[in-house]
Design a protein around this ligand. Sequence first.
Ligand code: CTP
Length: 402
Amino acid sequence: MFVVVGVTGGIAAYKSVQLVRLLVKDGHDVHVVPTEDALRFVGLPTWEAISRNPVTTSVHDDVASVRHVSLGQRADLVVIAPATANTMAKMASGLADDLLGTTLLATSAPVLIAPAMHTEMWQHPATQANADTLTSRGVHMIGPVSGELTGGDTGPGRMAEPEQIHEAVGRELHRGTDGAASGTWLVTAGGTREPLDPVRFIGNRSSGKQGTEVALAAARRGAEVTLIAANVDWAVLAEASAHALVRVVPVSTTDELERAVSEAAPSADVVVMAAAVADYRLPEVAQQKLRKEEASGPLRIELVESPDVLAGVVAARRPGQTIVGFAAETPDDGVSLSERAIAKRRRKGADLLAANEVGWDAGFEHDDNHLLIVGSDDRIIADTSGTKRATAEALVQAIVSR
Ligand code: CTP
């Protein structure tokens, strides 16, 4: 989507660098329009580098492309962070003495502002009247929040955190479209591990990247997400754990995953079981390290079946709940991926099933994936390849389109 980020002259401008970064990472075409004052806080090269688009403050640059109105006309959304008291006053009066002013008058896209100023300025009747005027015209406001302000004083006036603004932008962009994801989602990611003794485990190579991207894609569209992460590296989880709508629950074994799922599933509108769950575990875990010197001959381990967590969710499903299974399959000459996916969806009783091919060099641990999404009528809903972010978007779109 085409997103215009207006940045005005307040110290919180440095935080908007993170907002722009998050929007670019989402795949949006981001155009930053700073005011001259904003550039005293964060320089133009920073905005160009981080947004990957040219940046200007003046209506006299790039006149041939009629830039003073084209940005506003093309925008799917305009967000202003920080929005100073002066900017709010200019907006309320419809002043257009710079590129941000003309952009705002030329746009019919939703406008979201994140005010930032000292408490006295925020509480001044003039600012409050401007805030009321803007709200009555349909401008959405996020914050200001109460907290520490520059200078050490505290009170209302602090800009909402970039992650909160990012989440509000996601919600606004999807509002009323068929891509909005409301309600609560439960997503599992990663791979469970079954301990042999205090130092060893049986596990699988799932990195948790695909499941984490599904959680993020749902949150970006406005869903409240519980992400149950089985042995997922914190670097993979960093973005999700910073997202205001995602709650991360770390687990390790299948038993722990099952407990976390059964706690969260009853209130979830959508359950996505992306985790690679160990099918077998040891009936009893050794409390001391298994020692080679104490063994005679080969080590034999008997494994018993773990609970099928997805089957449990399907058995306890409540009306209206959407349940999505995953299948990681190795290529097989005799049976195609789609045949396996259709059979597994039926066997599991899920509404949708996302199948991907895995092998020594595919699927697990990679940044790219190929997902085949099968629906409840055995139809292939989507056959999608690309980054795990892109395939997650396709899956979430398939879920919300149901
Ligand atoms: N799953 C689960 N609990 C298990 C095993 C799997 O909840 N004990 C879930 C996975 O999260 C996934 C789906 O079931 O969403 C399919 O997992 P998979 O391992 O492919 O299926 P299995 O039933 O184990 O089938 P098979 O090993 O025969 O391929």
